[in-house]
Design a protein around this ligand. Structure first.
Ligand SMILES: [Zn+2]
Ligand SMILES: [Zn+2]
Length: 124
C-alpha cells in the first residue's frame, strides 16, 4: 500500500476520516491515530471531540438515573412512615393506602438505584 498523494512512497497508515493511505509527509498525528495533514485533521479532531462529549453526557445520564432513584426511594420511605405509623400506633387504617404507595415508591427507587448503567458505554 502506497500513499494516496505520493504513489511512489509507502503508506505508514490510514487517515481516520477518509481511510486513504498516508506517507510520513502527508500524515498528521491525532490522539487516536492519523489524519491527512491539513485536509482531514480538523475533521478527525472534531469527531474525537464529539465522541468525548458523548461519553461525558452518557456518564451524566447514568448518574441522573441513580440520583433520581435515590430521591424516589427516600420519598417512598417517608410515605411508608406516614402511612404505617398511625396503623402501628393507634390501629388507624386511614393512611394505609399511603403506606402501600410508599412501598411501591421505595421498591421502584431501589430498582433504579441498583440497576446497572443503562446508557452504554460509560467511562465510570
Ligand atoms: Zn483523510
Ligand atoms: Zn504522501
Amino acid at each position: 500500500m502506497n500513499c494516496f498523494n505520493h504513489p511512489d512512497k509507502p503508506a505508514i497508515g490510514f487517515c481516520k476520516s477518509c481511510c486513504r493511505g498516508l506517507c510520513a509527509d502527508c500524515a498528521a498525528t491525532v490522539p487516536n491515530g492519523l489524519a491527512c495533514r491539513n485536509t482531514c485533521e480538523d475533521r478527525v479532531n472534531f469527531i474525537n471531540q464529539i465522541i468525548d462529549n458523548n461519553q461525558k453526557v452518557i456518564s451524566a445520564a447514568n448518574v441522573q438515573v441513580r440520583s433520581s432513584g435515590m430521591f424516589i426511594f427516600l420519598l417512598g420511605i417517608a410515605f411508608c412512615l406516614f402511612g404505617f405509623l398511625p396503623l402501628l400506633i393507634s390501629g388507624n387504617t386511614g393512611t394505609l393506602f399511603m403506606g402501600i404507595l410508599g412501598l411501591i415508591f421505595a421498591a421502584y427507587g431501589a430498582f433504579r438505584l441498583l440497576r446497572k448503567s443503562q446508557y452504554y458505554p460509560t467511562t465510570k
